[in-house]
Design a protein around this ligand. Sequence first.
Ligand SMILES: Cc1ncc(COP(=O)(O)O)c(C=O)c1O
Length: 382
Amino acid sequence: MNISTPYLKENNNDEIYIPLAKPSITKKEIAYVNEAMIKGWGENKSKFIEKFEITFAKKTGAKFALATSSCTGALHLGLESLGIKKGDEVIVPESTWIASVAPIVHLGAKPVFVDILKDSWCIDPKLVEAAITPKTRAILCVHLYGNLCELNELIKICQKFNISLIEDSAEAFGSKYFNKHVGTFGSFGVFSFHGSKTISTGEGGMLVTNDRKIYEKAKVLNNHGINRNFDKQYCPSVLGYKFKITNIQAAMGLAQIERSKEIIQKKIKIMKFYKDYFYHNKFISFNIEPYGYKNSFWMPTAVFSSFCKVSIPSLINEFQINNIDARSFFCPLSSLKFFKENKKNKISRDIYSRAINLPSFYDINENQLLKVCSIIEKTIQK
Ligand SMILES: Cc1ncc(COP(=O)(O)O)c(C=O)c1O
């Protein structure tokens, strides 16, 4: 496996500690951020933000893109722009990060938790249809760990019941469904640029949509409710939020998106390394990529067969002893104490007990990958 040299070699302690994820920083990111810090004020104060949004829209094929300070913020803006409100129900997968659901709750609507599919770990369309009620306003699907949802099925359900599709693509930048970028199939999609994500701005997010009305509303809400075309200065017409990204973060984001092909190729290589290593091992399965689905493999995730009885907490502990950061699969959300548990969502619970996220940062080298694999191998053999 050909591994590139990290630009900041002298600051790199990865020989000792293997992180789960972190961004790839090159001279390009540093040059753009420097430029934003030195020149990105006054009339240039939004220059990188605009470029970042335009480039992101082009890359994903969306008509509009709005950069935000987080994906959670982008989701909140999108949901409110779509008109999600108190009394509405939004169908969500049981397995995802809490950020997919928190904005729904903050807007007074109810998340309805539905189980996932065994192989893709994304929401099960058949169960989605069964969960629809007269109060259902939208399906929020999550392309988990870069894996893709069954978009055709979900679109059909949305059309049948006249409800909206929202794509949480926080973890799936670069994933494509029959050549079309995820995030662009429904009313809107959101992406995360958290430090662990495929492309990063430290913290940051993006809302993409083909719907001008959603875009315009979200843009106004993101600026404290001020509509620059109509409102007098400092007189917002609606009560909004401030989830804006900074020009400095957008500068980093622009560099990252310009390098995104190379970054995604590396993700694919890392996933291949894990799959090849365990190719003959019938006790482990990984992120899938069915025909027509292009998986950008944000987070290689190993699921152990129930026959080999691997204890995920013990394995994480073993990794920690060896200075390796690995994480458990997402905890089933309805089991959190502020929700009502849906015990029917058995697959989410089962996968949670058998799966682990593995290191996959850009600069990871072959020795580090071998170290991760050998710890897994030893654990299975025990
Ligand atoms: C599935 C999913 N949705 C939403 C988010 C929220 O992203 P952010 O941290 O940028 O708000 C994340 C981030 O980890 C995520 O994994």
